[in-house]
Design a protein around this ligand. Structure first.
Ligand SMILES: *Cc1c(COP(=O)(O)O)cnc(C)c1O
Length: 220
C-alpha cells in the first residue's frame, strides 16, 4: 500500500473523535507531501532541527506536533508555530515554554508525558509526580495544558499493553474531574503507535501517533 492509501485507510477506520498524527520523523519531505496530498494535516516530529527544516518548505496549514524529548534550549526555535508539544516531562521545561510563548505573544498547547511502560528508557512523569506537579502548578498564562501523553512497552504481550495504557485514561479522568475541572482545553489523551494503536483506541485514546505503519521503517 502507498502512503496515501495508508492514510485513507487509517482515517476511515479510526473513530471520529480520534485524531491521527502522522509521525514523519526521519522520512523525507516527499513522503510528507504524499501524506499531505492525501489530506493529512497533523504531522509529528521528534527533533527540532528536522521539524524546522520541513516546516520551512512544506505548506503553512500543517499542524506540527513535537513528540520527542525536548531540550529547553530548543524551545525557542519551535515556539513561534508549534501546534502541540506532547512530551513535557519537567517543570523546568514548562517554564521555558511559558517564557518563549510569551515572547511570541501566543499560547502554546502542551501535554504532560506520563511514564507507564516497564521499560526504563522512556521519559515522563510517574502518575504520582504528575498529580503533585499539577497540584502545585505555578501560574503559566502562555501555556495551555491540554491533556497527557504516554507510551506502552514495546512488546507483543497485549495484556501488558492494555494494563499499561489503562493507567493513562484513569489519570486523565482524574485530572479532568479535579485540577482541570471545567477546563475546555483539557481534552487530549495521546496514546497509541503503529504496533498498539487499536488497543490504545479501545482504552480511550483521543490522539494516536502513527509512523511506521504509514511511512514504512525509518532509516536512522
Ligand atoms: C516515533 C514515535 C512514534 C511513532 O512510532 P511508530 O512505531 O513508528 O508508529 C509515536 N510516538 C512517539 C513519542 C515516537 O517517538
Amino acid at each position: 500500500m502507498s502512503i496515501a492509501q495508508r492514510i485513507h485507510e487509517l482515517q476511515a477506520s479510526i473513530p471520529g473523535n480520534v485524531t491521527l498524527v502522522a509521525v514523519s520523523k526521519f522520512h523525507p519531505v516527499e513522503a510528507l507531501e504524499e501524506a499531505y496530498q492525501a489530506g493529512q494535516r497533523a504531522f509529528g516530529e521528534s527533533r527540532a532541527q528536522e521539524l524546522m527544516a520541513k516546516a520551512k518548505v512544506l505548506p503553512k496549514d500543517i499542524e506540527w506536533h513535537f513528540i520527542g524529548p525536548l531540550q529547553s534550549n530548543k524551545v525557542k526555535e519551535i515556539a513561534p508555530f508549534i501546534h502541540l508539544i506532547h512530551s513535557v516531562d519537567s517543570l523546568k521545561l514548562l517554564q521555558e515554554i511559558e517564557k518563549q510563548a510569551e515572547k511570541n505573544g501566543r499560547i502554546i498547547r502542551v501535554l504532560l508525558e506520563i511514564h507507564v511502560a516497564k521499560e526504563e528508557t522512556k521519559h515522563g512523569f510517574s502518575v504520582e509526580e504528575c498529580k503533585s506537579l499539577v497540584n502545585a502548578l505555578p501560574v503559566l498564562p502562555h501555556v495551555s495544558i491540554c491533556g497527557i501523553m504516554g507510551m506502552a512497552s514495546l512488546t507483543t504481550d497485549e495484556q501488558q499493553i492494555h494494563g499499561e495504557f489503562k493507567q493513562l485514561p484513569e489519570l486523565y479522568t482524574f485530572l479532568r474531574s479535579s485540577c482541570f475541572k471545567g477546563n475546555k482545553d483539557f481534552t487530549i489523551l495521546s496514546m497509541g503507535m503503529s504496533h498498539d494503536y487499536p488497543i490504545a483506541i479501545q482504552e480511550g485514546s483521543t490522539m494516536i501517533r502513527v509512523g511506521t505503519y504509514i511511512f514504512g521503517e525509518r532509516e536512522y
